[in-house]
Design a protein around this ligand. Structure first.
Ligand code: SF4
Length: 295
């Protein structure tokens, strides 16, 4: 690992005076407004988010839920189960935090069991930083219990290829071999990973381990995050370059959350140059223009 990479990785976790810039929002996604029960957020029609803890293995300075570090409203499992049971349109539950893997396995299992018992829930997702920050937690026993509640998807937060350690690889292999798919989500961070070579290395390494790069997120506008943020133009240029160089299975979608609870928006570099009467002019991955006659 080079010194530059090491410094880049450390910047994710070490306080910087630039955080005293107070522009931004305490609750950039307006999660409080969409929370009908303690620790449950219902923003999209078919899914809910459960923030079951405020504990993490490492605390990321750019975390958009950092207000929960000191003022966690708590999590009400019976309230969440009742709400989800009463809302048949919910088919997916994302369990997050904090990091769900910080919970004792019995505690996590009781949450999984209660959610899995709700007949209309098809999929459970667990968002975690455990693979990068405490992979030794992922024992065969731990995975053996979680897999009883399949279909489950693990969504692993990772921002830099140097966070892939032998322990990370070992834990990921246990999860994948148990039949639980892993997706990754990465936050685009100024001075840490905002360059195409770093991200190419990260996404290709993940795909090679059976982990599908899922989202590259723009850094949320939380208070103290300004110095981490990367412009949309720069992000799209990175995405365009990645599209030219890596295959679809290595490519995440670029998305960010709109402030004031506007929800997630996915952006792609522009490929439609013009369209008229079913005749498109499209730009390919090399930037060349082609005419395409639509049906
Ligand atoms: S691991 Fe996730 S929840 Fe925990 S501090 Fe980092 S971004 Fe926030």
């Amino acid at each position: 690992m080079s010194i530059i990479h090491k410094e880049g990785l450390e910047k994710q976790f070490i306080f910087n005076l630039k955080e005293c810039n107070t522009t931004g929002f305490n609750d950039p996604l307006n999660e409080d407004v969409y929370s009908p029960s303690k620790g449950l957020i219902h923003r999209y029609p078919d899914r809910v988010l459960l923030t079951i803890t405020n504990r993490c293995f490492a605390y990321c300075r750019f975390c958009f839920r950092k207000k929960n570090w000191s003022h966690f409203p708590g999590f009400d499992l019976s309230g969440a189960v009742k709400y989800i049971s009463d809302h048949k349109e919910i088919r997916e539950v994302l369990i997050s935090g904090g990091d769900p893997f910080t919970l004792n396995i019995k505690h996590l299992e009781s949450i999984l069991k209660n959610i899995r018992n709700i007949k209309h829930i098809e999929v459970i997702r667990i968002g975690t930083r455990v693979l990068t920050s405490n992979p030794i937690t992922v024992t065969h026993d731990y995975v053996g219990i979680i897999k009883n509640y399949k279909p489950i998807w693990i969504v692993a937060h990772i921002n830099h290829p140097d966070e892939i350690t032998p322990e990370f690889a070992d834990a990921a292999e246990k999860i994948v071999n148990s039949g639980i798919p892993i997706l990754s989500q990465t936050v685009l961070l100024n001075g840490i990973n905002n360059d195409k070579k770093t991200l190419k290395r990260l996404f290709c390494k993940l795909a090679g381990m059976g982990i599908k790069p899922y989202y590259l997120f723009g850094c949320d506008q939380a208070v103290g995050n300004r110095h981490f943020r990367v412009s949309i133009d720069e992000a799209l240029e990175i995405m365009r370059s990645l599209r030219c160089n890596i295959s679809g299975i290595c490519m995440p979608a670029f998305a960010f959350d709109l402030p004031n609870g506007g929800g997630k928006v996915v952006l792609e570099p522009e490929t439609i140059v013009s369209r008229q009467n079913g005749r498109y002019i499209l730009k390919n991955f090399e930037g060349r223009r082609y005419i395409y006659e639509d049906v």
